[in-house]
Design a binder for this molecule. Structure first.
Ligand code: CA2
Length: 146
């Protein structure tokens, strides 16, 4: 089972700033932990981060036929990007939306997601552990489909 992990804008800065909000793990550390956990679950993962909306759209399009499921922390694009929503719906690959912070406990503009209503599920607020929880949820959802 091959999965895609997408990280949106500014998440390349993880571990360098705002540890109180986003934790102290770097993106590399998060990806490494996720890769191990995925392997233990019998899945492989491909991780991709971009600060550019179009690059994320391109990566989603390239996943068609290659990827059973997507984990996505779209960062601030979560709240704004109809382009990412359209791409996810176009490829029709099941996805789980996740966030490090509890977006509902923050500014009101972070309360709405343009991706959430079509996601398999949404995880937020557990820091770097959100990624592992989202992975477990996605894998068990995909296993239940077959
Ligand atoms: O909590 C999350 O995971 C977010 O997706 C993070 C986004 C934010 O816009 C979303 O509302 C919630 C921001 C990512 C910024 O990442 C940084 C990492 C380290 C230092 C500064 C920013």
């Amino acid at each position: 089972m091959q999965l895609l992990v997408l990280h949106g804008p500014n998440l390349n800065l993880l571990g360098t700033r705002e540890p109180g909000l986003y934790g102290s793990a770097t993106l590399e550390q998060i990806n490494a932990a996720l890769r191990e956990r995925a392997m233990a679950l019998g899945a492989g993962i491909d991780c991709f981060q971009s600060n550019h909306e179009g690059e994320l759209v391109d990566r989603i399009q390239a996943a068609r036929g290659q990827t059973a499921g997507i984990l996505i922390n779209a960062g601030a694009y979560t709240h704004t990007s109809i382009a990412l929503r359209d791409a996810l719906l176009a490829v029709a690959i099941p996805y789980v939306e996740l966030h490090l912070s509890n977006t509902h406990a923050r500014e009101t503009f972070r309360h709405h997601s343009v991706l959430a209503d079509r996601a398999v599920g949404v995880i937020c607020g557990f820091g770097p552990a959100s990624y592992g929880l989202a992975l477990e949820g996605l894998v068990s959802h995909l296993r239940a489909q077959v």
